[in-house]
Write a new protein. Structure first.
Lengths: 114, 114
């Protein structure tokens, strides 16, 4: 079965650079979520989109922005990168936003900021 | 106090035994509850989800929910070494517009030894 596809798998950037992470949800899934997981930490919700509109916002820094496109893929744009941004970034998708629509996670992008 | 708390680990059980993982949550309005398994450096994998009080069984896994006590648990019967992983309890946001906005516990590391 098709899964959530994230690219790139690994990304190394220097401080103050920018990065763009991409997420392709499971076909027919209309909702995308972004999570950040620091070393030894649990995943933290950043932002979500439903039908190309932002549906909820979590602990996403102002330096980050995201959007969902007409084909439902999503991109997370990160600027002025800091060392503390080094983490695993997961995208997840679901069908709709109703209670209990289980999330399916992609394999993640490991961002390292040096 | 963290919104979602899991019993401190690591938890070590012998092969074939029952592993019991516990989780409490603070938001009484929460409606959806999930257990994810995560191998080191990999994405969270959905194991079980439960919305109603009581037990829900799927193969070797049983999720138990008690909303009055704000408690959810996961039992793994006939534990196998391949079950060794970090188990994350996640609770869906009760007040947001996106039920995929999950709050995760800190995770319990389970080790099943032969």
């Amino acid at each position: 079965a098709a899964g959530v596809i994230q690219s790139p798998r690994h990304l190394i950037k220097e401080k103050r650079e920018t990065a763009t992470l991409k997420c392709y949800p499971i076909p027919r899934h209309d909702t995308v979520y972004w999570y950040q997981q620091g070393p030894g930490q649990d995943p933290q919700f950043l932002i979500s989109f439903y039908e190309k509109m932002q549906s909820d916002k979590g602990s996403i820094p102002d330096r980050f922005s995201a959007q969902q496109f007409s084909d439902y893929h999503s991109e997370l744009n990160m600027s002025s990168l800091e060392l503390g941004d080094s983490a695993l970034y997961f995208c997840a998708s679901s069908l709709g936003t109703a209670t209990g629509s289980p999330l399916h996670f992609g394999n993640g992008t490991r961002l390292t900021v040096t | 106090q963290k919104e979602v708390e899991q019993n401190s680990g690591p938890l070590s059980v012998p092969e074939g035994a029952i592993a019991s993982l516990n989780c409490t949550y603070s938001d009484r309005g929460s409606q959806s509850f999930f257990w994810y398994r995560q191998y080191s450096g990999k994405s969270p994998e959905l194991i079980m989800f439960i919305y109603s009080n009581g037990d829900k069984e799927d193969g070797r896994f049983t999720a138990q929910l008690n909303k009055a006590s704000q408690y959810v648990s996961l039992l793994i019967r006939d534990s196998q070494p391949s079950d060794s992983a970090t188990y994350l309890c996640a609770v869906g946001d009760a007040g947001g517009t996106s039920y995929g906005k999950l709050t995760f516990g800190q995770g319990t590391i389970l080790t099943v030894h032969p």
